[in-house]
Design a protein around this ligand. Structure first.
Ligand code: 5AD
Ligand code: FES
Length: 345
């Protein structure tokens, strides 16, 4: 039998059938995959781990993704918005802790129209010109994306969620189309953002074939960042009784993605750390090179609950930074003070 790990390492891709086979490999093969992904991470980024300060500035959302705890139709979700001053306070605290990338994330909140978003971008970039700014605020028009970019936004995260159209339709109401999601990602890239896509591992109705489609899409799209984490059910959604994605499969996918795109920025996500107390460390050892702790004020953290039991909702930013520094150090790496731009250009 041909060795799929070697083949993936050499060719940086596999056929759909081969990917499906690799997803079901034995534990010895999985360990070889992990070790090779760790080697490739070190070759490209050394032992440096980049840190991004995540600011969840609004949990109002006009979308209704079936899996998400802050979806429009969840009446149990207590909504909040941060003011510009509050956002700037988060940045100030983050800057002092050594963060040089801020990620502004929110639901799709119409209150934050383009003028307001641009005001936030301009204010942050003029006060912290040495920092990169990432947006993660959902589906917008080409013109809106262009305005944010022209104001100084550097990066944009928009997970593609699933590359299989039938699967996409099972996770979203019919008003949210697969085609528009793709249009957004293409626009972002065209405009010149460092762009990130990604998906949930183990989401309802996901098959190995769906995951193989995700991997082929990621290879073809060639993003600068890929965000993946396990699906975790939320009690107020119709998927409340579905099982979470597994640690093993998430780690395997991190390794596969590292081998497919050696220079990509790959976070060990909060969702991964939520399903396993050492999830982030294990993610880094499987090829991840980014961590994204929360910089939001503790008073609102519990309200940005896209899935149940999210970690770190009671910890101050300084505590999280400290905790992360120690965790990363425990596996022989270091969190660096750096914008941490992608080397996948
Ligand atoms: N479990 C894990 N991840 C989720 N997301 C949304 N809901 C969940 C959930 N229940 C992810 C989606 C979205 C990102 C912000 O969070 O992939 O793009
Ligand atoms: Fe938040 Fe460990 S990262 S407490």
């Amino acid at each position: 039998m041909i060795d799929l790990v070697e083949k993936l390492y050499k060719n940086q891709t596999l056929s759909k059938k081969e990917f499906t086979e690799l997803l079901n490999c034995d534990t010895d093969t999985a360990e070889r995959l992990r070790a090779l992904a760790e080697k490739v991470r070190i070759e490209n980024y050394g032992h440096d781990i980049y840190v991004r300060g995540l600011i969840e500035f609004s949990n109002y959302c006009k979308r209704d993704c079936l899996y998400c705890g802050i979806r429009r139709s969840n009446n149990n979700c207590e909504r909040y918005r941060l003011s510009l001053d509050e956002i700037m306070e988060c940045c100030g605290e983050g800057y002092n802790l050594g963060f040089r990338t801020f990620v502004l994330q929110s639901g799709e909140d119409s209150y934050f129209n383009d003028d307001r978003i641009c005001e936030i971008i301009t204010t942050i970039k003029s006060k912290y010109p040495d920092c990169a700014l990432t947006l993660s605020i959902g589906e917008k028009s080409y013109d809106s994306y262009k305005r944010y970019f022209d104001c100084g936004a550097d990066r944009y995260l928009l997970r593609h969620e699933t590359a299989n159209k039938a699967h996409y339709q099972k996770l979203h109401p019919s008003a949210q189309t697969f085609e528009n999601r793709r249009r957004c990602l293409n626009d972002l890239k065209k405009i010149g953002y460092q762009t990130g896509c990604g998906f949930m591992v183990g989401s309802p109705y996901q098959t190995d074939e769906c995951i193989a489609d995700d991997l082929l899409f990621i290879k073809e799209f060639n993003p600068q960042m890929v965000g993946i984490g396990p699906f975790i059910s939320h009690k107020d959604t119709q998927f409340k009784d579905y099982p979470s994605g597994t640690l093993e499969l998430t780690l395997k996918l991190l390794s596969i993605i590292r081998l497919m795109l050696p220079k990509v920025l790959l976070p060990a996500t909060t969702a991964l750390a939520t399903i396993d107390p050492r999830g982030r460390e294990k993610g880094i050892l499987a090829g991840a090179n980014v961590v994204m702790p929360n910089l939001s004020p503790v008073s609102v953290r519990k309200k940005y609950q896209i899935y149940d039991n999210k970690i770190c909702t009671g910890d101050e930013s300084a505590q999280c930074k400290n905790c992360l520094d120690l965790r990363v150090k425990s596996i022989g790496c270091r969190v660096v003070v750096d914008r941490g731009d992608s080397r996948n250009i």
